[in-house]
Design a protein around this ligand. Sequence first.
Ligand SMILES: [Zn+2]
Length: 510
Amino acid sequence: MQRKSLAILFLATLASGATVPSHEPAALTPEERAAMREISASDLRARLSFLASDLLEGRDTPSPGLDIAAEYIASEFRRAGLEPGGNGGYFQIANFNLLTPVKDGFSLRITTPNGVTSANPNEVSFSTTQAIDLHHATVVKLDISTPETVAKLKPEDLRDRLVLMQAPHRGMKGLEAAFQLVGNSQPALLVLAGAGGMRISGNARLVDPAAPRGPIGFPPMLRTMSKDFSKLYDSLPNGVTSATADLHIAAPLSKPVQLKNVIGILRGSDPHLKKTCVIVTAHYDHIGMKPADDAKAGADRIYNGANDDGSGTDSVMELAKAFASLKPHPRRSIVFMTFFGEEKGELGSAFYGRHPVFPLEDTVADLNLEQVGRTDSTNGPQVNTASLTGFGYSTVSDTLVRAGSLTGIRVYKDPTASDAYFSRSDNQALADTGVPAHTLCVAYDYPDYHGLGDEWPKIDYNNMARVDRMVAVALLRMANSPEAPHWNPREPKAARYLKAWDHIHDVSTR
Ligand SMILES: [Zn+2]
C-alpha cells in the first residue's frame, strides 16, 4: 500500500514536467569541491574552543550560558549572510514553563505483608508536572536487567500504578526495552531505587504549555538512594505485586522561561526548488554543571559538552559558511538550525516539528549531526568513518554512502547502535512528522560521554573537517537533485515514518 503511494508521487512528479535523474554525479562536481575547500579544521577548533569553554557553564537548558551560545551561533549565521529564520531574528522563540518540585507535605509509604517502607523527604528527588496523590495503589516491580525480564510486563500492567525499578546503569541490557515500555504506558510514578550510574534528568522540568506531555512522555519520576527501598526492591517479585503505595507529592512551582532554536536560511537558487528545503541540525545545549553540593564535586564541575554536541553545532556553522560562499547557491533552500533542550528530552526539535519554518511537505530531509568530533570511540578508533542512525530507513543513507566513497569516508551501519540510536537524538522529532531524518555521528560512545572531561582539546579537528566535507557533498546532492529523498518502503522500522510522510503529502494510503 505504501509502495503504491510512492508510485503515485513519482507519477505526479513526472507529470509536472520535472526530470528525475537516475543517478547522482559519478564524480565530485566543481561546486562540491568549492564547498569542501571552505571547510577548515582551524575554524572548527576556534569556534568550539569558545562554545565549549567554561564561560558557558555547560549550556544547560535554560541558562545564561545557553543564551550566550545562541547569540554566538546567530552572529556566525549573520557573518555567513544567512536570512534570519526565526520569529525573533535568528531566534525561534519558545515560551516554556520551568517546573520546580515542591517537597512540602511529601510522603511515600509502601505496604507489604512484611511491613511498611517510608521515604524520607531528604533522601528523595523527584520531578513531576502536577500534584500526585495515590491511595493503596498497586506496586509493580520492573526488572530491567534483561530484555526478557522487561518483556514479562505489558503497558497495561504499569498504567496508573507505582512502578519500582533499580536506578539504571549504562549497559543494563533491558534498558532500551524498559524505556519503550514506560514510554508506551502511563505509570502514576516511576520510582528509581539505589544509586545508578546514569543521569536521567534534572529535577526541574521544562514544559511547553501547549504540549504538556513532552515528546518522550516521561512519567513523573522519583529517585531515592535509601537502602530501605533497595531492600524493598530486592524483596519483591518481578511484575505486579501485592504491595500497595500511598503517596502525596505537591504541585510544582511554575516559572515562565524563554528558549530559542537558532535558525538561518540560505535561499535556494532554483525558481521552483527554492520553496523546498534540506535542513541540517545539531543541538547546542548540554547538561550544565555538577551541583556544588554533589558529594563527588571537585574543582571542575562543568560539563563542557565539546563533542556532545558542540561538535555538531560547530559543524552546522561551518557548513553554513561553506554553502553561503557558493555562487549560485544550491538549488533548494538550506535551513541551518541548532536546537535547545535535546538533553532534556529533544524539546527544541519537537518544538520545531510543531512550528516548522518551511512547510513540512516542502522539507525534503533533515541531517542531524551529533558527536562528530571525537575519534576515540569505546569501540576503537574511528578515523575517516561515520555512522548513520536508521541506516537504510530512507534513501538519505545512499546519498551519504556515495558522498563518503567520493571523499574517503566510510559511512557504515553499526549493527546495533544504528537502529538503537535513531530515537536518541533530534532527528526523531522530524522523522515523526514524516520528514526523512537521520543522525550522523563519528562515535556513538566515547570515554567522556556526559562526563566532565568532554573538552575541546580532545577533538580530532582534522578528522572532523574531513567528515564535514563529506556531509557537505551529501547535503549539496540532496539540495540540488530534483528527486527528494524518501523513506524505504521495504524497511518495516520505517513504516510509521512513511505513513507520516504520506499524511503530510496528502497521499491516500488506500
Ligand atoms: Zn547529544
